[in-house]
Design a protein around this ligand. Structure first.
Ligand code: ADP
Ligand code: ADP
Length: 232
């Protein structure tokens, strides 16, 4: 479902060249949860951002749902990006909009009729367990509740893939577990392929089928969670 082939990403900054990713290849089969773990600066954010081309690789190929994204026209790419949802460490909700309006936002952008938006938002709020918060503003929600809204928002357009960028790093351990359970539930019930990045081993152990370890921009190990962590 997601394939990175020989991805290299270099940044050029004040005359200096920084190699954030060096010849990174990975494959995430449909329906799996794949985790990439590494320390700060290892290249995790850059890696996850190449999958929806928020970062354009210097070289290599990005394939999502059978399509080579770097070969698409801008309009085709815009279409494909709707298949790729993303959630973040700091949720990125719109603070001046209610829960309803936040979740409705991508549906409005997609030109969904108002009456269908209402139904869809209600359905999504049931899925994430936040029906009673529909008219609240983000500032009235806990971190875990904000992440649930962000998950509902990104599921609005039925993505096939969900990218999670340190999605539980700002949450306490109990809230982390509840969000991980929700992600696992979404993976199983909606058959959404998940790729996540984290610096927390617990996250990998809790929900990932497969894991890759990234260090200094290179994937140094890859395998099933039991392969990588047995005897660790
Ligand atoms: P991680 O997410 O694992 O902390 P990043 O992908 O953010 O790692 O960063 C990997 C390396 O690339 C770091 O050395 C970082 O400073 C550098 N880097 C990331 N983004 C940029 C950028 N926009 N410009 C310059 N350097 C960057
Ligand atoms: P976080 O650790 O909160 O996930 P990121 O590593 O994703 O933060 O960095 C946030 C933003 O800053 C990204 O757009 C990333 O590309 C950029 N960035 C990261 N490192 C650098 C750097 N050394 N120089 C310039 N921009 C950077």
């Amino acid at each position: 479902m997601i394939e990175l082939k020989n991805i290299t990403k270099k940044f050029y900054k004040t005359g200096r060249e920084i190699t954030a990713l060096q010849d990174v290849s990975l494959r995430v089969p449909p329906g799996k949860i794949f985790g990439v773990i590494g320390t700060s600066g290892a290249g995790k954010s850059t890696l996850i951002r190449t999958i929806n081309l928020l970062e354009k690789p210097t070289s290599g190929e990005v394939i999502v749902d059978g399509k080579s994204l770097l070969k698409l026209s801008n309009s085709q790419l815009a279409q494909e990006r709707r298949q790729i949802g993303m959630i973040f460490q700091h949720f990125n909700l719109l603070s001046s909009r209610t829960v309803f309006e936040n979740i409705a936002f991508p549906l409005e952008l997609a030109g969904t009729p108002k009456i269908l938006i209402k139904e869809r938002v209600k359905e999504l709020l049931e899925l994430v367990g936040l029906t009673d918060k529909i008219n609240d503003y983000p500032s009235n929600l806990s971190g875990g509740q904000k992440q649930r809204v962000a998950i509902a928002r990104t599921l609005a357009n039925n993505p096939k893939v969900l990218l999670c960028d340190e999605a539980t790093s700002a949450l306490d351990p109990a809230t982390t577990r509840s969000i991980l359970n929700l992600l696992k539930d979404i993976n199983k019930r909606l058959n959404i392929t998940i790729l996540l990045i984290t610096h927390q081993m617990e996250v990998i152990k809790a929900i990932c089928d497969e894991v890759a370890v990234i260090s200094h921009g290179e994937l140094v190990e890859q395998g099933t969670v039991s392969d990588i962590f047995t005897n660790a």
